[in-house]
Design a binder for this molecule. Structure first.
Ligand code: BGC
Length: 801
């Protein structure tokens, strides 16, 4: 009798001992019986019922379905990654460079799915093997932090629609995005992949993005669920946090995204929360995500995340990516020793199969690998311009009059940083630099200076190592010190100076305070040199910040007449920068994350990113070492902290200038007290000289009941259409008790306290334009929950008194 085991097990050359172990386990489990019955009449997936398909799957096949198909990235050091399942490597990749796959069970008609990063564009290999006849570039859209700064969910939805068409056209089933962790600290290495310090912004942006992507019939994975707000030792990090902060700040955005977009999948994070890996936490993945929030889809691990495969499946983490041989063995052993029930495995498998059923691959979508790159680049450009934030504009330095002679300083003026590194990177066909963008917009970019920079960049790059690993941070090239004569000549000849300063960050590491959050000595020197020379000639200096995250601005901003925060704006960045500098697009972006005066002003900044504990001896470059951090600022994250504790930021949450001005009419509430819901409306008028858009933000100041409340919390926001001078638009916001509720740990419930609430509508968290109050006559129990994810020991927290 031949055991009808998967072919790969019998593959010649496969390590004997492991294959024998596999055979023995399979035989012991008695799981070969259904497989023996496999004949011509095997039920076909999609035609047969789920029950019939489950009955026809062997145990090994079920295990294959919940364990992904290995990960063999080009250039990754062999031996650093755990071995994948035998035979996986031989299955040709459908989309080279994609991040992961699921197993096919061909005899039942179950195809393999392809999963690909990432948040700013489809991350796949641009060139396939030795084939030089064609390329597979994807559009690099602006990073998530920029998208959030648009405060325009319709725009973010449009980006999602365009982006999702590339996911579909490249033959991918699930996009591993959006990232939506909270900007807890400006040094978070992946903040550029995330939206905001505020969960209402993050949740609504993620929902708009997911709905846009999924309108193409492909899936998303909202990630990293949850509390992956830093990169330091991320795979062995225990984050300790009290329940209120966890629910109100770090889980709330995910909850909003699930409610408003029901993504196909969720990706659990690498870290532990209060002692348990998120991927092994039934509290998080089952009680909260599925039972309390009503999530219907699949949960997958982050790549190699967590430790205990059986605990992961039991917790409701259905798919282990990218899949290792050790996980397969652990699951088979768990079934054998009773730690994992067949029913649990069936539940996980069912969710994998439900995902397959929805996928374009299963539906036989004929993908072209030729997405509409040109049309999508136009969307990327428009979104980029909409999310740039004008931080400073003294004496109407901007917009720049047409045809000006511009002296462009700074490496990234010539080599823009389109996005971050790691899995957030995108292999794009080109990146438009600010110099190219301005020159296409009709400005005279000084050629001698461009040449000096070209030479400088060549020399600096020659010093770099030839290859760079997936998780190695992008090298920072030293800024050029311009010769005094060159500077003098520039200040005399050019009409205006533009200094572009760039930052790069990415997965695998956090940023540093010195020379990253703050300007390096070379950058400071450059800025000073330019400002001195140009100001002496009565000429203006504009700084363009090309960064994915927050940088220190307070110490040097006085030297700049204008500052445009261009973020990492994607491949069309240079054109979008020119659109804003020229006034073709009136800036309407606002900060979704605070720019503090100094790093020390960030709550608990000295403790970030946590501390390493004793080594287990098994630490390696990839896994890091056991570490912990503690969320002692509690709910006082970002503006909730700065506003409540009266710490003045350099640029507050919600801040951003325009080339026009707006007035806000008095605020009208639909009723003096809350019954079900209450609406707030006012009209915004463009009171200035040019057309523009305004982002109005609704904050609530809640009465202190049993709990202290932050000074203000964002509850809703809206962006006007493009308003012509003199034109008005009425904005209406609806609030319900659920929007106003706080999490009361003592009773494990979301409660809206009774009392007087103040609604404040502003142009930023500090520029409040109109306010009104209403009553909540009686405490409202919004939702009763139960003790979940509790800390091992209460975390000592910052309090108002
Ligand atoms: C990252 C994820 C990514 C995955 C696949 C992990 O290292 O944390 O965000 O989706 O790799 O590339």
């Amino acid at each position: 009798m031949v055991f009808p085991l998967p072919k790969r097990i019998l593959r010649p050359g496969f390590a004997g001992s492991a294959s024998l172990r596999w055979l023995a386990l399979a035989a012991l489990l008695g799981s070969t019986a259904p497989a023996l019955a496999q004949t011509k009449s095997a039920p076909q997936f999609g035609k047969a019922t789920m029950k019939e398909v489950l009955a026809a799957l062997t145990t090994e096949e079920k295990v294959q379905l919940v364990v992904g198909m290995g990960f063999y990235p080009a250039g990754f050091p062999e031996g650093l990654l755990p071995p994948g399942n035998p035979g996986d490597r031989e299955v040709p990749e459908k989309v080279p460079g994609a991040a992961g796959r699921t197993h096919a069970i061909a005899r039942l008609g179950i195809p393999s799915l392809t999963l690909s990063d990432g948040p700013a564009g489809v991350r796949i290999d641009a060139v396939r093997g030795k084939d030089s006849t064609r390329t597979y570039y994807a559009t690099a859209f602006p990073v998530a932090t920029l998208l959030a700064s648009t405060w325009d969910t319709a725009m973010v939805h449009r980006v999602g629609v365009a982006f999702g068409s590339e996911v579909r056209d490249f033959g991918i089933d699930v996009l591993l995005a959006p990232g939506m962790n909270i900007h807890r600290n400006p040094l978070g290495g992946r903040n550029f992949e995330y939206y905001s310090e505020d969960p209402v912004v993050a949740g609504n942006m993620a929902a708009a993005f997911v709905n846009g992507i999924e309108s193409n019939g492909v899936g998303t994975s909202i990630k990293h669920f949850a509390l992956n707000n830093q990169e330091f030792n991320r795979m062995q990090l225990n984050s300790q946090i009290n329940e209120r902060a966890l629910r109100e700040i770090y889980l709330k955005g995910f909850q909003i995204a699930v409610k408003k977009s029901q993504p196909w999948t969720v990706m659990s994070s690498y870290n532990k929360i209060n002692g348990t890996y998120t991927s092994e936490s039934p509290d998080l993945l089952t009680s909260l995500l599925r039972q309390e929030w009503g999530f219907k889809g699949l949960v997958m691990t982050d790549w190699y995340g967590g430790k205990n495969a059986v605990a992961q499946l039991k917790a409701g983490n259905d798919l282990l990516e990218p899949g290792t041989a050790a996980q397969t063995q652990a699951i088979l052993a768990g079934l054998k020793n009773g730690q994992l029930t067949p029913a649990q495995l069936d539940a996980n498998v069912t969710r994998v199969l439900e995902l397959v059923l929805k996928s374009p691959t299963f539906k036989g979508y004929k993908y072209s690998s030729q997405p509409a790159l040109k049309a999508n680049a136009a969307v990327a450009r428009q979104a980029a311009a909409e999310g740039m934030v004008l931080l400073r504009n003294e004496a109407k330095t901007l917009p720049l009059a047409p045809g000006r002679k511009v002296a462009m300083f700074g490496n990234t003026a010539y080599e823009l940083i389109a996005g971050g590194t790691g899995s957030g990177n995108v292999n794009r066909a080109y990146t438009i630099s600010p110099a190219q963008g301005l020159s296409s917009a009709g400005y005279a970019v000084d050629a001698a200076l461009s040449q000096a920079y070209a030479q400088h960049l060549r020399a600096e790059k020659a010093k770099l190592p030839k290859t760079r690993g997936l998780l190695d941070p992008a090298p920072v090239l030293a800024e050029m010190t311009a010769a005094a004569a060159l500077m003098q000549q520039q200040a005399q000849q050019a009409d205006v100076a533009l200094v572009t300063l760039g930052r790069s960050a990415g997965e695998g590491g956090d940023r540093q305070e010195a020379d990253d959050f703050t300007l390096s000595a070379a950058e400071q020197a450059l800025l000073k040199q330019v400002a001195t020379a140009f100001h002496a000639q009565g000429k203006k200096v504009v700084v363009v910040l090309n960064t994915g995250g927050v940088v220190e601005v307070a110490s040097w901003r006085g030297q700049a007449d204008a500052i445009l925060l261009a973020w990492q704006p994607g491949q069309e960045g240079g054109n979008a920068i020119a659109d804003v500098l020229s006034g073709k697009v009136n800036p309407s972006g606002k900060l979704a994350t605070t720019f503090p005066m100094a790093y020390k002003d960030v709550p608990y900044s000295s403790e970030f990113p946590g501390k390493a504990l004793a080594s287990t001896g098994a630490d390696n470059e990839l896994m890091g070492r056991p570490s912990e951090n503690s969320y002692q600022e509690g709910i006082y994250v970002g503006y909730r902290y700065y506003n409540t504790f009266k710490v003045k930021p350099a640029y507050e949450f919600g801040y951003g200038l325009s080339y026009t001005t707006f007035t806000y009419s008095p605020l009208k509430l639909s009723a003096p007290s809350l019954t079900g819901s209450i609406t707030a409306s006012l009209s915004v008028t463009n009171s200035g000289p040019v057309a523009g858009k305004e982002v109005a933000q609704l904050y609530v100041h809640a009465p202190a009941g049993a709990l202290a409340k932050p000074e203000s919390e964002l509850k809703a926001f809206a962006k006007t259409q493009l308003l012509a001078p003199g034109q008005s638009q009425t904005l209406t916001f609806t609030l319900t008790a659920a929007d106003l509720a706080s999490y009361h740990t003592a009773t494990e419930a979301w409660i809206t306290d009774a009392g007087t609430y103040s609604v404040r509508i502003g142009a930023s968290a500090l520029a409040i334009k109109q306010a009104a109050t209403f009553q909540v006559p009686k405490q409202v129990l919004v939702q009763q929950s139960r003790k979940l994810l509790a800390p091992q020991q209460a975390v000592p927290e910052l309090s108002v008194k």
